[in-house]
Design a protein around this ligand. Structure first.
Ligand code: SF4
Length: 460
């Protein structure tokens, strides 16, 4: 790793958009930059380096990046008038997709680098500090994971661990295969070592991450190829890990072994995000999902048989090109059949460069908007009904932060619901039993249960 002189006490501000993979990447950038003397900053105001870690999934992603850059440019200019150089960088999937365009349109940006090259930050910072502008959107054949530092910064007791990146599935609406490249799985030894280091740093919960996480096929310690099921079994044996989650999955990769571990490994939390995108077989085909709605229903049924208390969330795209009223009703029906604990739904919007962006039969915006409203009404009803079923239960909650109200803490239930209690800050980073008093649409409230079974109503 290249060393920079006089970098001690510098600060880096990273703004992160998008998925947990980006959160993981931003944390790893902090780990790399700490080797150069940079400390993370909560605000751009006193930062010596500003990184926008971007996501290309959401609508108008590139516009949002340029608008944020315009806002931050004033900060850079102000500092430079006072003789302080501020490095500005755009990272992540927008950087990967728009590399040269970003430096053409925003020439004050010093570094543009894609998600597969941030391990080269020390070299890039060195060059950019010497007034050279960097555009690094390679997808190198060697894994960046080989070059990341062992040290891990984690906040709270819940940590992300990236086990797999990229995707070979080419859903017609998605940019990931273009921005993150082909599928790559880390070795089991690397992952288990990183999981142990996360535990040493205070993690009780680990979320295994990948764009297509259940396509994981990493080399096992004996040279054989491991699937996600074997990896979960092995991670669950690490002392100190209390909870395991994984995201994001594809229905096609829910194999028998993975379904079985949900019934075998208690540490694997009873909540699974399993995107389906549509309930219409015609639309699933147009999306190139290579599964139909009944396969999805069958997987859900088998998972529930394996672990009856398993709750589900999903992603649905509403108003994909060619979606008829009946196709939309098929999505509504699938959602009714599954009964989600939560669910993300979005109005379709084209991503430049994807096959769907050239499809005909666009759904008029007002039609898509009305369908989305109906779909979200259904999901909100399901979510509230699920949260209501938790009233009166006692469940272990991992507290991760202070709530907005005085004396309040927020934590996560096994089903990934936000749970609010009145409690002492020293409980942050701990798993504590909570008696759930009320379920709302988006959260639960409750009271801490002491080890001798007493409920501490509204106290710490
Ligand atoms: S499987 Fe997921 S990441 Fe891969 S192309 Fe489809 S939506 Fe994108």
């Amino acid at each position: 790793m290249a060393c920079m002189k006089n970098a001690d006490n510098k600060k880096v501000y990273i703004k992160t958009w998008g998925c947990q993979m980006n959160v993981y990447d931003s944390n790893r950038m902090v780990d790399i930059l700490s080797g150069l003397g940079y400390k993370p900053s909560e605000t751009p105001d006193d930062a010596d380096m500003i990184i926008l870690n971007t996501c290309h999934i959401r609508e108008k992603a590139t516009d949002k990046v340029f608008s944020e850059l315009g806002r931050l440019r004033a900060h850079k200019d102000r500092n430079e008038l006072q003789g302080k150089n501020v490095l500005m960088a755009v990272a992540g999937c927008v950087a990967q997709a728009e590399g040269n365009y970003i430096v053409e349109r925003a020439p004050y940006v010093d570094m543009v680098f894609g998600p597969q090259t941030y391990h080269e930050l020390p070299e890039m910072v060195l060059k950019a500090s010497g007034e050279k502008r960097i555009v690094n959107t390679e997808i190198p054949s060697r894994s960046k994971f080989d070059h990341l530092p062992d040290e891990h910064t984690i906040e709270g007791a819940s940590a992300f661990l990236s086990i797999q990146e990229g995707c070979d599935k080419f859903c017609t609406f998605c940019v990931v295969p273009y921005t993150r490249g082909g599928e790559y799985s880390r070795t089991a030894v690397e992952i288990i070592d990183e999981a142990k280091r996360l535990v040493d740093s205070g993690a009780l919960e680990i979320t295994l991450l990948g764009q297509n996480v259940n396509a994981f096929h990493g080399q096992g310690p004996d040279g054989s190829t491991w699937g996600l099921a074997e990896l979960i079994c092995s991670v669950s044996e690490i002392d100190g890990i209390e909870r395991i989650r994984y995201t994001t999955s594809h229905p096609r990769d829910m194999d028998d072994d993975l379904i079985a571990v949900h019934g075998e490994i208690e540490k694997l939390q009873p909540f699974l995000h399993l995107p389906v995108q549509s309930g219409s077989d015609k639309i699933l085909k147009a999306m190139n999902r290579k599964h139909d709605a009944d396969l999805y229903r069958d997987i859900i049924a088998r998972l529930k048989k394996t672990r009856p208390d398993l709750a589900f969330s999903s992603d649905y795209i509403i108003g994909f090109p060619g979606e008829s009223d009946q196709d939309f009703e098929d999505s509504m029906q699938l959602a009714r059949d599954v009964g989600y604990a939560s669910c993300y739904s979005f109005k379709y919007s084209a991503r430049p460069g994807t096959p769907a962006a050239n499809m005909a039969k666009l759904v008029p915006d007002h039609v898509a908007a009305e369908r989305l409203r109906r779909f979200q009404d259904l999901i909100n009803t399901q979510q509230k009904a699920f949260n209501k079923t938790c009233e009166g239960l006692t469940m272990p909650v991992l507290f991760d932060r202070k709530g907005k109200k005085e004396g309040q803490l927020r934590g996560r239930s096994p089903y990934f619901q936000s749970v609010y209690v009145q409690g002492n800050e020293r409980l942050i980073g701990k798993i504590v039993d909570v008696s759930i008093s009320e379920g709302f649409e988006n959260s639960l409230t409750g009271d801490i249960v002491t080890t001798d079974g007493q409920i501490l109503t509204g106290t710490s």
